[in-house]
Design a protein around this ligand. Structure first.
Ligand code: ZN
Length: 139
């Protein structure tokens, strides 16, 4: 249940109230009528904007990471982005990455085999090998 800060319109006394939904005082925006202890009666209260909650960077004091000593999350993210490091957060991502790596390795092996065949064909061009294993070089 959300907590709202309210302030009495007459005596400016501030307090907090819990409401299941945003208070609506008969169509008057940011206003609610509740009992005021200072005025000792029902009075109008203005709903104050909430103070923003602080989410301090938990690396502010300096943390040794895989990427070295960093003092903020944004610095760590920048370093990881620069190095092309992606964090895997689920099993499916890991499986997809393994499949991708296997496909790339298979393609690279095929390319290496083709280059090897071309190299051997180029080097053996013009060499005749007979059934006895004796060969003649075209010198
Ligand atoms: Zn009051």
């Amino acid at each position: 249940m959300p907590l709202y800060d309210i302030q009495c319109v007459k005596c400016e006394n501030k307090k907090e109230i819990y409401c299941s939904k945003y208070p609506d005082d008969n169509g008057i925006e940011n206003h609610i009528t509740v009992y005021c202890e200072e005025c000792d009666k029902l009075t109008g209260h203005e709903i104050l904007p909430s103070l923003c909650s602080m989410h301090p960077d938990n690396m502010w004091s300096g943390v040794m990471t895989d990427q070295g000593y960093v003092t903020s999350k944004s610095t760590l993210k920048a370093i990881e982005k620069e190095k092309g490091i992606e964090k895997i957060t689920s099993k499916s991502e890991l499986d997809n990455l393994k499949k991708k790596a296997a496909t790339i390795q298979a393609d690279q092996q095929i390319q290496r085999d083709e280059k090897r065949k071309e190299y051997v064909a180029e080097k053996l061009k013009g060499i005749d090998i007979d059934n006895t294993g004796v060969y003649d070089t075209p010198l």
